[in-house]
Write a protein that binds this ligand. Structure first.
Ligand SMILES: O=C(O)CCC(=O)CC(=O)O
Length: 252
């Protein structure tokens, strides 16, 4: 399952892979692109049924990570850094567990070692299989952004554009994801970012990640909900650049 993807930035620069969240496309990372491509070759990818990736069913987060690794093996055989939001962050944690020698540095944004109950994800998957993503849009607005954030529209359009089966299959993958007992195995230096007002993956989830990963630091971003990278790029982009710069010097 090789995802639709896009490279930006200098071809010879060190690589950072950017993973999107459920319901968004690789354009989620547009606010960070200019800053990151000054130093890194940026590889962004789409989840199944999102953006340019065809829909698929019956996959796990581990399968998503395997697809990213196949993509990297084709284009970037060495080490890489990785930053992911939510489901994209779960893919990053999985890559750090599967390929510890490859992941030089990790950024986990608004994500979790376990995302709520499997039942809640199965219910969401069933709703979307029956009715599409339309019924989710207004409740998602208040999970993704704090009230009054003016830039929500383009991100909610990504959700509206997601293929129902692809979205539902990602929910199934989240239902089965639980790496709480494996966080101590993550070797990559990790920045954990939480939105202070994120109801989907609240700061308590970030505290579990930062407490369990041996070399982790935690940043809680004020005035941000689930898509903190989009709502507070002023804070988050600078933190990601600083972390990648510092840790790639330490580990390259
Ligand atoms: O955003 C994700 O990748 C998973 C968590 C989620 O779906 C947040 C939400 O829309 O409620």
């Amino acid at each position: 399952m090789i995802p639709h993807h896009r490279f930006d930035g200098p071809p010879d620069a060190p690589v950072v892979v950017l993973g999107p969240s459920l319901g968004t496309t690789l354009d989620l990372w547009e606010p960070q692109l200019a800053a990151l491509t000054r130093t890194w070759r940026v590889l962004r990818y789409d989840l199944p049924g999102h953006g340019g990736s065809p829909a698929a069913s019956g996959f796990t987060v581990d399968d998503l990570a395997a697809g990213v690794l196949v993509l990297l093996d084709r284009h970037v055989p060495g080490r890489f850094s990785y930053a992911g939001v939510s489901l994209g962050g779960a893919v990053g944690t999985t890559l750090a567990l599967r390929a510890p020698d490859r992941v030089a540095s990790l950024v986990l944004c608004c994500t979790s070692a376990r995302f709520g109950t499997p039942e809640s994800w199965r219910e969401r998957a069933a709703l979307v299989r029956a009715e599409g993503t339309g019924p989710l849009v207004e409740t998602t607005r208040s999970r993704w952004f704090t009230a009054g954030f003016p830039g929500a529209g383009r991100y909610l359009d990504m959700l509206r554009g997601a293929d129902p089966e692809g979205y539902a299959a990602c929910c199934d993958a989240l239902a089965a994801f639980d790496v709480r007992d494996r966080l101590g195995e993550v070797r990559a230096p990790t920045l954990v970012v939480a939105g202070a007002e994120d109801p989907a993956t609240p700061p308590a989830h970030a505290e579990v990640l930062a407490g369990g990963i041996p070399d982790a630091t935690l940043l809680v971003v004020p005035d941000a909900a689930h898509l903190a990278t989009a709502e507070r790029p002023d804070v988050v982009t600078e933190a990601i650049v600083r972390h990648l710069t510092t840790t790639s010097r330490r580990t390259a």
